[in-house]
Design a protein around this ligand. Structure first.
Ligand code: MRU
Length: 340
């Protein structure tokens, strides 16, 4: 199931908030509607957000009616600002926006820019698909036969608009005939694990069990987890990694139980301008996502709640980073980008 389909100048967004119950595509032609879909998590997962951002900016460019190129670029800048203000932690969003801006700056006319921006959005999407397959292939090589892998949140096709990152590694290893079983955490508060990862694993026919987030320590203590693989929303230069809230807890549990803990992510998720996790902006979402369950209150009225969408796992807890360029240790991250 494809989360994003662009055809006839319409970006069709699979509304992931309705999964697994209903598969409904939102038809968006206005970039502000794409922004709303990103904010409301109809499309989510850092790489898929990056792909959606590319299309949003291309749609925004179509709606600009400027007299000359400087005026076009000024209006495009405002489109880009709106797009990048949707989800602050997802590095791929900013990476895609930067790429789109560079393309526009090289154009002579607004007509040329509109055409080239759409092409660049398609390139971002296409490259994500290719990159994911490499992550899957390289990651599968470090997954032994008969492995029980715990994963968190959703990092499959739905999260990348490609093959997936952590879930891509799992799918690739399984496709090679390795006996893989998956432990998927439900991922409170919005249940991306229960709703989306379970849905993708079921569709792929990969054996899995679902656990609540709070079961992870006990399950590890029983020796039922051989490896943890998660995705990332943003990875700082020193390897500190922002990912779905609860990832840090899993990394500490993995260390305590001697379980290897891997992050799978494209190089576009690395933010080498940010030195360490301390400088990563963590998105805070509405407290109602915690005090309500499926729109029904699950706490007394007026209860205050915290709702950071992500946490930061320090690099010393990460066994390795599975990227499309290889599997790296934290201290090797700078070398991946040395040619830039
Ligand atoms: O809030 P979400 O659902 O966008 O969070 C997604 C995650 O945390 C994923 O692990 C991350 O973006 C990597 S997706 C390949």
């Amino acid at each position: 199931m494809q989360p994003l389909i662009f055809e006839n100048n319409v970006l069709n967004i699979l509304d992931q908030t309705k999964l697994p119950g209903e598969a409904i595509y939102l038809k968006t032609t206005d970039y502000t509607d794409v922004c709303q879909a990103i904010r409301e998590l109809s499309v989510r997962g850092a790489p898929a957000i990056g792909v959606a951002a590319g299309y949003a900016i291309a749609l925004g460019a179509r709606s600009i009616n400027a007299a000359d190129m400087p005026a076009f670029l000024t209006e495009l800048e405002s489109v880009i600002t709106t797009v990048t203000s949707t989800r602050p932690t997802a590095q791929n969003l900013f990476q895609a926006a930067e790429r789109m801006k560079k393309v526009a700056l090289l154009c002579q006319t607004s007509g040329e820019a509109r055409e080239k921006l759409l092409q660049e959005a398609r390139n971002i999407h296409f490259e994500q698909i290719k990159t994911d397959l490499e992550i899957g292939r390289l990651g599968a090589a470090i997954v032994k036969d008969k492995t029980s892998i715990l994963t968190h949140c959703n990092t499959g096709s739905l999260a990348t608009a490609g093959y997936g990152t952590a879930l891509g590694v799992i799918k690739y290893a399984y496709s090679l005939g390795k006996k893989i079983s998956v432990i998927a955490t439900e991922t409170r508060p919005l249940l991306q694990g229960a709703r989306l990862t379970a849905f993708e694993l079921k569709t792929e026919g990969i054996p899995f069990v679902l656990i609540t987030d709070s079961m992870a320590g006990y399950i590890m203590s029983l020796g039922k987890v051989d490896m943890v693989i998660t995705g990332a929303d943003r990875i700082a230069l020193n390897g500190d990694t922002a990912n779905k809230i609860g990832t840090y807890t899993l990394a500490i549990l993995a260390r305590e139980h001697g379980v290897p803990f891997y992050i799978a992510a494209p190089t576009t998720t690395f933010d080498i301008k940010t030195q360490s996790g301390q400088d990563i902006v963590i998105e805070e979402r509405e407290p109602e996502e915690v005090t309500h369950f499926n729109c029904h209150p699950s706490a007394p009225q007026g209860t205050k709640a915290l709702n950071p969408a992500f946490d930061v796992t320090p690099s010393n807890l990460v066994s390795g980073y599975i990227t499309e360029k290889g599997v790296f240790k934290a201290k090797e991250i700078a070398s991946i980008f040395s040619d830039l």
